[in-house]
Design a protein around this ligand. Sequence first.
Ligand SMILES: Cc1cc2nc3c(=O)[nH]c(=O)nc-3n(C[C@H](O)[C@H](O)[C@H](O)COP(=O)(O)OP(=O)(O)OC[C@H]3O[C@@H](n4cnc5c(N)ncnc54)[C@H](O)[C@@H]3O)c2cc1C
Length: 421
Amino acid sequence: MSARNERPHVVIVGGGFGGLNAARALADEPVRVTLVDRRNHHLFQPLLYQVATAALNPSDIATPLRSILRSAANVAVLLAPVESVDLASGRLTLDEGTLAYDALILAVGAGNSYFGHDDWESLAPSLKTLEDAIEIRRRVLLAYEEAEREQDGAEQRALLTSVVIGGGPTGVELAGALAEISRETIARDFRAIDPTKARIVLVEASPRVLHTFPDPLPARAAAALTRIGVEVRTGTSVTRVTPDAVWLGGEQIRARTVLWAAGVAAAPLTRTLGVPVDRAGRVLVAPDLSVPDHPEVFVIGDACALTGPDGQPLPGLAPVAIQQGRAAALNVLRRLRGQPTRPFSYHDRGSMATIGRAAAVAAIGRVRLSGLPAWLAWLFVHIAFLIGFRNRFLVLFQWAWAYLSWQRGARLITYPWRPRK
Ligand SMILES: Cc1cc2nc3c(=O)[nH]c(=O)nc-3n(C[C@H](O)[C@H](O)[C@H](O)COP(=O)(O)OP(=O)(O)OC[C@H]3O[C@@H](n4cnc5c(N)ncnc54)[C@H](O)[C@@H]3O)c2cc1C
């Protein structure tokens, strides 16, 4: 074995916000790092809406992991799905073969939970990956195309109805973006149908949208959605989803586009650890982000559950994953040096959600913003973020300019028509 190979081997699973920042923090340190991901790219999830609603292209928000980590000579990237973790032997099982580690950082993120209704998944896709965004784009754009050709009035109305299930930031942003497409982007592009009459319904089981945001932002978000033509149905649960309808108890809404933004669950890999997890499958980590009784294993980001100083679980947000990635990497190095690890402490810089053209809500410290100031804050934060990992700010700048200067439809292309399943 070469001297290089005798260095401790740190394996990071997941090249999202948490894993990528852990890898960067370990670059040029006296460790050998392998970053394993089943995808070859880092995905900037906060801009997935813009891909789903055709404002950005997939390549605008994804960057190959190899190119991001090109200059980190001690970091290797491996494209492979990890199937299970064996804590006792310190080995991962990949689709082919195994990989041993001296220290492990699991940053596998979260997927969606359909609350026991797994059959709804194909009827109501959610937004998590580029494939999801492209599928949603396909469904949304083709529904308008089909409606243009449809002779039957009731069927045409169903084609022009979208239901978004879940009123958190994802649902609010999706509903806002759908309203904007119909009211503005394609408003004058069809002849047989009037896209501005499209019905967009946002269904949320709790009494208000954005319920984790402080007052008065939930009410302002609901008002902004209503202004752009979204029907906001709070305190209402979806009881059934069929290929052409959503049921709210006894009420049926005929809709050909149904999108899911309601439930999140940690990536299934966390369950293979055989350690305590919460109801969403997130690993209950120690304050230093390690797995209890396994100080060599750390779980971070959306895959872990850690309580913040206010007694509430830390939110599933990019800044939490980024800060935890750096903290876990430092704790790995401290352990290897024989030093005590440090508890993780989250520096909350606020939360924000966009609602549509130049509209957003933002809570930054004690400051509450809505409307254009919040949207500009959102834009500034996202540009700053993008510069952090790749110089993509031009993409966002061009998009923002097109957005504010009302340039329409430039990216409204989709894949060929194919019959619905
Ligand atoms: C549509 C959307 C919008 C969002 N908007 C915002 C926002 O505006 N602001 C904000 O702060 N946060 C936002 N978030 C949340 C934010 O993106 C997440 O909190 C963050 O990505 C979590 O980082 P992570 O590293 O834990 O996981 P992720 O970034 O999800 O990365 C997980 C990685 O693990 C890989 N992986 C998973 N399982 C395996 C396996 N078995 N084998 C190999 N690789 C695996 C995946 O391919 C992925 O690359 C949004 C999320 C979504 C879905």
